[in-house]
Design a protein around this ligand. Structure first.
Ligand SMILES: [Zn+2]
Length: 282
């Protein structure tokens, strides 16, 4: 009941803002420009077009209208990007390129030892490789989902009320072997701790995957996709719409993990970005 009232109040505030100014209704996400590998570049541009499109390396971008003709492109920068000048393309009545600079940033190293049963995750055998290959297209298709309209507005809430452990971007080594960097943010928590949708969205994929264990993918629109893995329970199904704060599952230790935690990934233009950037100062 309390949640219902909260939502009602939220709705009232939103409709009040709608009356104040039509542009406020768009409620752009106030992201800080962080032009580093794993960061989000915020690129301002002006257009009179009502529905401009943006691209980075031919991948569609998240565009938001800030006010009147002032728009922004939010560009996820891959962790393994070399620093230097990059450019995006904006298509409205014509096609224009905008340059931006990716700055250098060094993430710290982490060495992980996997023992016993969990060793299969370091060098998977042939049977496991078959499963991994089958799952790969499902996971990559979910990352590539691009809904034309935004499904959520404003900054994200934290998905778990616990503390964060492994930060985003760590350079990882499993039993001494270099593996892909840590593309998520980890939250500590006991098995069964509820995980909440950080923003409104639509469930696009759920399943039990070899590396990820139990996972849930949420589409927030315009290439903004959030992912929850190593879950104990999944409590949502593909196609379901979720509201910010809805419980989507619980913390577990399924898949390649050394203990119970939530591994949270946020994709923007098919690129894993630092989820902290979506949280603002929360
Ligand atoms: Zn993690």
């Amino acid at each position: 009941m309390a949640k219902f009232i909260q939502r009602l109040v939220k709705l009232k505030i939103i409709s009040f803002l709608l009356l104040l100014s039509p542009t406020l209704a768009l409620a752009s996400v106030p992201i800080k420009n962080t032009s580093i590998p794993g960061g989000i570049a915020v690129i301002d541009f002006e257009t009179n077009h009502s529905n401009p499109k943006g691209y980075y390396s031919n991948v569609p971008l998240y565009l938001q209208r800030v006010k009147n003709q002032h728009w922004q492109a939010l560009v996820g920068i891959p962790l393994l990007t070399k620093p230097g000048k990059k450019e995006i393309t904006i298509k409205d009545f014509s096609s224009r390129n905008f340059e931006f600079e990716v700055r250098d940033y060094s993430y710290t190293e982490q060495h992980i030892t996997l023992k016993g049963k969990k060793k299969k995750y370091v060098n998977p055998n042939a049977a496991h490789m078959g499963r991994i290959k089958k799952e790969r297209p499902l996971l990559s298709d979910a990352r590539k989902v691009f809904s034309d309209a935004a499904l959520s507005f404003g900054l994200f809430d934290r998905p778990v009320d616990g503390v964060t452990t492994s930060p985003f971007g760590l350079k990882r080594f499993y039993n001494g072997e270099a593996r892909r960097p840590h593309t998520g943010l980890d939250f500590a928590g006991d098995v069964g701790t509820p995980i909440k949708a950080p923003a409104d969205g639509k469930i696009i994929l759920t399943g039990d995957f070899f590396f990820n264990g139990n996972g849930v993918f949420i589409d927030h629109g315009q290439g903004l996709v959030s992912v929850y893995i190593h879950m104990n329970k999944r409590l949502v199904e593909p196609g379901q719409l979720v509201k910010q704060g809805d419980i989507i599952g619980t913390i577990g230790q399924t898949g390649r993990t050394t203990g119970p935690h939530l591994h949270w990934v946020v994709y923007l233009n098919q690129t894993a970005v630092n989820p902290n950037l979506l949280l603002g100062n929360k």
